[in-house]
Design a binder for this molecule. Structure first.
Ligand code: SAH
Length: 433
């Protein structure tokens, strides 16, 4: 099973290539030197990552052909706007404005965030799903994540990996283990995009991390995202030159005072600068924040969404804060999952055409089974945990993480079944021409 379907090269436009998928044309950046019109390729995140033989491509395309259009029909049907009987004129007006691409004001988003009637917030979810389908069709990214080390030099107050947590057994996967995990994810399971994540200063130097990325890129066709925390421009550039093309770095909160309270000795401006530098270098940006932090105000979350958009986010990652017993925030309250679904929908109203929105593991942890609801509320991306099972439990950013003990096969089966059920294609077709 593949998590991207091949397309055929239709034409070239500078360093871009137009790829045809069953008659639908999408644009991607091409870094391969030997590509010609008529070749079959896999693309991910807007990058061509591999040329495939016509035989392999046509076999996959034949297997997908019928289901590709069936899925589109299912998605379109589910995403139709209901003939709503809402008696809430303010909500209807806001949704109408969003659908007409009129920028919403802070007070509109605050109003949406505070909707308490189930009928009302369901209408918000449906509207976001309608907009998702209208601009991004039924593609759903399925990326894998390998948590290469839980060692960390920072002291984030919410995170179980904090350097101050003495009770956590630390691990650092060896270079061979990392490459083997990537190989398994790519060749055995068909992933085409992988995130490598760790705590900050995880035990590897940046040049060692660059070497690992280089080795993976030389051996396997894959889009690599790095998530090792903050680094300076030259370090980012080193990872880019090694072949990484995306970075996952949440700014966590856009409120500078709250940021400094949660990260003593660090500041928000520096973190934002890292994201901006990564964007300048050409990395795809995956960012976002935590929802439900102690002392966080509703307007902070609206500001978070706006900041993410300003940072040219390719994929939004907003999840709940979940208290960890071995951190200063132990015992704090967990946010209602509905608040996260509302945030997903509001982000979809804010970034209608381009942004992918991730269903976070954090959300699935506080509300098992919610992935489907999130995908029907504007989200269109999931990340499966492909870290070797023996390490997963130790990557304890918060307790009882969803999927922590599930095999990769099980996660894939569950995901593919869900995507089929709601008409989503696990492909990367969202970069419009
Ligand atoms: N060092 C990397 C990865 C950090 S861990 C970096 O700085 O980006 C990945 C993410 O886990 C963090 O960005 C944070 O948002 C999330 N996280 C950590 N502790 C959490 C908690 N208690 N609840 C929810 N998410 C948490």
């Amino acid at each position: 099973m593949c998590y991207a379907i091949p397309g055929v090269v239709h034409s070239f436009e500078g360093n871009h290539v137009i790829i045809d998928y069953y008659g639908q044309q999408k644009k991607a950046i091409n870094e391969l030197t030997d590509l010609a019109v008529g070749d079959y390729v896999y693309a991910q995140g807007g990058f061509v990552i591999q040329k495939v033989s016509p035989l392999e491509a046509t076999e996959t395309l034949n297997a997908w052909k019928d289901i590709f259009f069936e899925l589109q029909d299912t998605d379109e049907t589910l995403a139709k706007m209901p003939v709503h009987n809402s008696e809430n004129p303010r909500l209807l007006k806001i949704i109408d404005r969003a659908q007409n691409k009129i920028q919403l004001k802070d007070e509109d988003y605050l109003y949406l965030a505070e909707l308490s009637d189930e009928k009302d917030y369901n209408l918000l979810f449906k509207s976001a799903n309608f907009i998702r389908q209208k601009y991004q069709q039924n593609s759903c990214c399925v990326h894998g994540i390998i948590e290469i080390s839980n060692c960390c030099s920072r002291n984030c107050h919410y995170c179980g990996l904090t350097v101050d947590n003495d009770s956590l057994e630390r691990y650092c996967m060896t270079r061979d283990e990392i490459v083997a995990a990537a190989e398994e994810a790519i060749f055995k399971y068909g992933f085409r995009a992988l995130v490598l994540q760790s705590g900050e200063n995880c035990g590897y130097s940046i040049s060692e991390l660059a070497d690992i990325i280089k080795e993976i890129k030389q051996k396997f066709p894959v889009l690599i995202f790095v998530s090792f925390g903050e680094m300076i421009f030259d370090e980012l550039q080193l990872l880019y030159n090694a072949g990484a093309r995306g970075i996952l770095l949440r700014f966590e909160t856009s409120n500078p005072e709250l940021y400094e309270k949660l990260h003593p000795g660090y500041n928000l401006a520096t973190r934002i600068e890292v994201i901006e530098n990564a964007n300048k270098i050409g990395f795809l940006i995956l960012t976002g924040g935590l929802i439900g932090l102690p002392d966080q105000q509703p307007i902070d979350i609206i500001n978070d969404m706006r900041l993410a958009k300003k940072l040219n986010t390719e994929m939004y990652s907003f999840g709940p804060f979940i208290p960890h017993p071995d951190t200063p925030l132990a015992g704090k309250q967990i946010v209602n999952p509905i608040a996260i679904l509302k945030a997903i929908s509001m982000i979809r109203l804010l970034d209608q055409e381009n942004g992918k929105i991730l269903v976070t593991t954090g959300l699935e942890t506080i509300a098992p089974g919610v992935r489907k609801d999130a995908l029907l509320a504007g989200a269109n991306s999931v990340m499966l945990n492909v870290t070797p099972l023996k390490y997963r439990e130790l990557y304890s950013i918060y307790p009882n993480r969803a999927h922590v003990s599930e095999s990769i096969e099980y996660q894939i089966d569950e995901t593919i079944n869900l995507l089929k059920d709601i008409g989503r294609a696990p492909t990367d077709l969202s970069v419009n021409q």
